[in-house]
Write a protein that binds this ligand. Structure first.
Ligand code: ADP
Length: 197
């Protein structure tokens, strides 16, 4: 039998900008407020390898990152060949991935394992669009950040968007295993689990 929708897991990370700005509590508050259950929580100063193994390394993902970046350059009339030395999406994707690794290892982060109904989609919804300038108000990125790819690419750095959130249940399983390892993630009964019983 398929598992109960309440058993869905996801992974959230407060990125170094979120920690530095003292937003960890506010982000956690929003997660708990909707009724999702925090089942694992820790602060880590990640190594380069830990972050390198966290983000996908496959050619498709890297190329997609490069294509998105190229699209930003076109949209704002920036010259990718002049600023980045190439218009090859695979090479640009690798460059952006490196900016991302530099950013994610620049300070402590907070790893959060979360359980609940549609946990993956709910946390993506709470986080808002990848680009804070496109994230609606009411979302974490929309309420607390103002960055965009245009600004980030001009400064040759990753977009500062406060949180990472798994995109699929499969990704969530890998990410929880990656960041929590053999450490237990916990489970407990939240009183609002049974509010209708
Ligand atoms: P998300 O984090 O919303 O799942 P992606 O997986 O597309 O988004 O990208 C991973 C991270 O890489 C983003 O959260 C952001 O920090 C950074 N990033 C994405 N696209 C760009 C870009 N064009 N320029 C700089 N950084 C980017």
């Amino acid at each position: 039998m398929a598992k109960h929708p309440r058993a869905e897991l996801t992974f959230l990370m407060v990125k170094p900008d979120g920690v530095r700005r003292g937003l960890t509590g506010e982000i956690m508050r929003r997660v708990e407020q909707v009724g999702l259950k925090v089942i694992g929580l820790k602060m880590i100063r990640p190594t380069h390898k830990q972050v390198d193994d966290h983000y996908p390394k496959d050619k498709g993902w890297i190329r997609r990152l490069g294509e998105k970046t190229l699209a930003t350059y076109e949209k704002y009339g920036f010259d990718a060949a002049k600023e980045l030395g190439t218009t090859n999406p695979a090479k640009i994707g690798l460059m952006v991935r490196k900016w991302l690794l530099d950013f994610m290892t620049s300070g402590p982060v907070v790893a959060v394992a979360i359980k609940g109904i549609h946990a993956v989609a709910m946390i993506r919804k709470l986080a808002g669009n990848t680009m804070p300038s496109d994230a609606p108000l009411g979302t974490i990125r929309g309420d607390f950040s103002v960055d965009s790819a245009a600004a980030a690419n001009r400064e040759k750095r990753a977009v500062y968007n406060l949180v990472h959130a798994s995109e699929t249940e499969n990704e969530a399983r890998h990410e929880i295993a990656h960041w929590f390892g053999k450490e237990a993630v916990h489970d407990y009964h939240r009183t609002d689990d049974s509010v209708f019983e």
